[in-house]
Design a protein around this ligand. Sequence first.
Ligand code: NAD
Length: 258
Amino acid sequence: MSRTVVVTGSTSGIGLAIATAFAETGDNIVINGFGKADEIKAIVERLESLSKGRALYHPADMTKPAEIADLIETAAKTFGTVDVLVNNAGIQHVEKIEDFPIEKWDQIIAINLSSSFHTMRAAIPLMKAKKYGRIINIASAHGLVASPFKSAYVAAKHGILGLTKTAALELAEFGVTVNAICPGYVLTPLVEKQIPDTAKARGMTEEQVKSEVILKAQPTHEFVKAEEIGALSLYLASDAARQVTGTHISIDGGWTAA
Ligand code: NAD
């Protein structure tokens, strides 16, 4: 039977790959995120062409709790419930702490951390009622280790791991698992956008940033593919993973082993 899968921030990058992976298994998909109307329409049509289920777009801004509540409510009204919630929306800003714009700090904490509290707060009663649910939080290697100039991002990603563990304990007896995925670098617009800022902050060329900062962190010296995070999400949402809860799985080319 088709499940209903909500993926925040899924008009691009990792979220889109996760939404695609679930669509390919025949699930109903609710996508979310920013983008041009015609591009979003094309994504919805493509997801529907891949799936036996339906696809729906909701424009909730992940900095706005009321819009986030409406995202979950709309998913439940349209498809009956939310079975799988993937908290993926995220942004980055690279700057020294003393120069870090206060509004950027607030925005990153809102999108990369607080939005997951708001989606979970709305979805958990639906999952508890069904005695089934899967919550997958897309954290980062930066949930486990830090890098300079990414204070808000690293703080939010460490925070999401704490939220993951707390929710897992609260939901352990309700058939609901809560886990985090900690990817290393994936070449998405989020990473491409930070290359010029990192170059500026570190006094390097953009090519040096790619080879000496980004891929240097990963012993495999290869980017993780967004599709590989899609496949890992399918595993965490599977019956085989029903005893996997309150933890994280790294997919980082060995970065955090060092
Ligand atoms: P991306 O920029 O390609 O996609 C981000 C998505 O979030 C887009 O759909 C965008 O529209 C959406 N979004 C941004 N602000 C939003 C808001 N206020 N409300 C709703 N949607 C919003 O980025 P990505 O690399 O695919 O990142 C996805 C997640 O993966 C993020 O949480 C990121 O921190 C995490 N991550 C990325 C990497 C990487 O190397 N790319 C590594 C580890 C973790």
